[in-house]
Design a protein around this ligand. Structure first.
Ligand code: ATP
Ligand code: MG
Length: 428
């Protein structure tokens, strides 16, 4: 069948890389795609088609006789791309607009979890800045402030003091730093623990849980410094023991899928549960309605199944006929970023050495690259996801960091301690 994949980052490169391994995929179209995806077999990029231009996406479905659309990022899902494509008779991997509110509205997600007794931080929601500020004075710090809507990963402030918390409310609600996403805020209890991410595929009724993983949001070694989109990730996350995974399934995944169906808004697609492993057990930090980036880059290489039938089964309601299987390797990805990221950074720096990294046994997913006069150049803050896989975590990390030395672009840098928590746990 002909498949259309929407998106252009490292996550979509990993999805495309896995999808083209399927014999059932005749042709893969990527809109807009990226230079890494363009090198894959059977793959055509459509750089002029944006993921939020639904007319253009529908035209592309018609022009290329697309049978199935896989949606990478959250924004088109929150805007209802799945509903629009379904109405046009096209199968889609990704939740409806209403179901995507589990990510698109933090207030919706918190109220849903409260209704279904899913463990998470206690919270209050506010539509008025004065009321939010009064609440802060009453509860004190540490405290967490979240813009209700989508804010490209920048809408959350973990405030260790009241001044920071008040400033976050003012920036979100008064200055509208994230536009309409800041019409409401969620103020929630600060949770202590180690984070991990769990993805579950769902067809609305059945679900299949994928391998655990963990990302590193902070820019600097030791998980310090400003927050980023993610500087690296690894799978499995040893903090998620089999016992914990069973609890996450029983206390979070199963009631979420059941609850969404019971409320008449069945969840079809991938449910990303961001978890805090607290002393009392697992608690939800957030839900996302799509695969994580860069977590996808470490989960998919470990998946033994053909990906296409699994994603199709989510759209068709037949996921009970499948069982996901993962290999016993460790997979790690390290992000190579532009100088200055996550602040402002230059683009257009020539990139060399990717082939040498491939020859060293790594796979390099493109996150922010483009071609300029036939030269591959940087085009984003997170540029490349250098990925390795092996039975031994320490050896895999050594291989990745050695292989990365082949890759060069001016100012390029990475965190040197990706997977340090996993390494410490395995050694203990
Ligand atoms: N209640 C909490 N207690 C402690 N830390 C929290 C809490 N809520 C969020 N955080 C921290 O802030 C980060 C971002 O929060 P959250 O995942 O809700 O935001 P987001 O903007 O939706 O993130 P993403 O871009 O990953 O979707 C979390 O990964 C976690 O480290
Ligand atoms: Mg989120």
């Amino acid at each position: 069948m002909n498949v259309l994949l929407l998106g252009s980052g490292g996550r979509e490169h990993a999805l495309a890389w896995k999808l083209v391994q399927s014999d059932a995929v005749s042709q893969l179209f990527c809109a807009p795609g990226n230079p890494g995806m363009a090198t894959l077999l059977k793959t055509t990029c459509l750089p002029a088609t944006g993921v939020n231009d639904f007319e253009a996406v529908l035209a592309c479905v018609r022009d290329h006789a697309i049978d199935f659309v896989v949606v990478g990022p959250e924004e088109p899902l929150a805007n209802g791309i799945a509903d629009v494509l379904n109405a046009a008779g096209c199968l889609v991997f990704g939740p409806s607009r209403v179901a995507a509110q589990l990510e698109g509205s933090k207030a919706f997600a918190k109220a849903f979890m409260a209704r279904h007794k899913i463990p998470t931080a206690s919270y209050a929601e506010f539509y008025d800045a004065d009321a939010a500020l009064m609440h802060l004075d009453a509860v004190g710090a540490p405290i967490v402030i979240k813009a209700d809507g989508l804010a490209a990963g920048k809408g959350v402030t973990v405030a260790m003091d009241l001044e920071t918390a008040r400033d976050a409310v003012n920036r979100i609600m008064r200055d509208r730093e994230f536009g309409e996403a800041g019409a409401a805020v969620v103020i929630e209890e600060f949770m202590v623990g180690e984070e991990a991410s769990i993805f579950a595929l769902s067809d609305g009724g059945h679900y299949q849980i994928l391998a655990s993983c963990q990302d590193h949001k902070a820019a600097r070694e030791g998980d310090t410094g400003p927050n980023t989109g993610g500087m690296g990730a690894y799978s499995p996350a040893p903090v998620v023991t089999p016992e914990l995974m069973a609890r996450i399934e029983a206390e979070v995944i199963a009631p979420t899928i059941r609850g969404m169906a019971a409320e008449g808004t069945p969840y079809r697609g991938v449910l990303y549960a961001g978890m805090m492993i607290a002393a009392t057990g697992p608690r939800v930090v957030e839900f996302n309605c799509r695969f994580g980036d860069p977590e996808t880059q470490v989960v998919l290489p470990r998946l033994k199944n053909d990906l296409l039938p699994l994603l199709l089964a989510c759209a068709k309601g037949t996921l009970d006929r499948h069982e996901v299987r993962f290999d016993d390797t460790h997979c790690v990805t390290v992000v190579m970023a532009s100088a200055g990221y996550p602040g402002s950074y230059a683009k257009g720096k020539a990139i060399t050495g990717i082939d040498a990294a491939h020859e060293a046994g790594l796979y390099v997913f493109h996150a922010g690259t483009r071609f300029e006069n036939e030269q591959l150049v940087t085009a984003g803050g997170r540029v490349l996801n250098v990925t390795g896989q092996g039975k031994d975590l320490e050896a895999t990390l050594a291989q990745i960091y050695a292989g990365m030395a082949h890759i060069h672009f001016e100012g390029g840098w990475c965190r040197k301690d990706i997977a340090h928590r996993a390494l410490a746990r395995l050694k203990a």
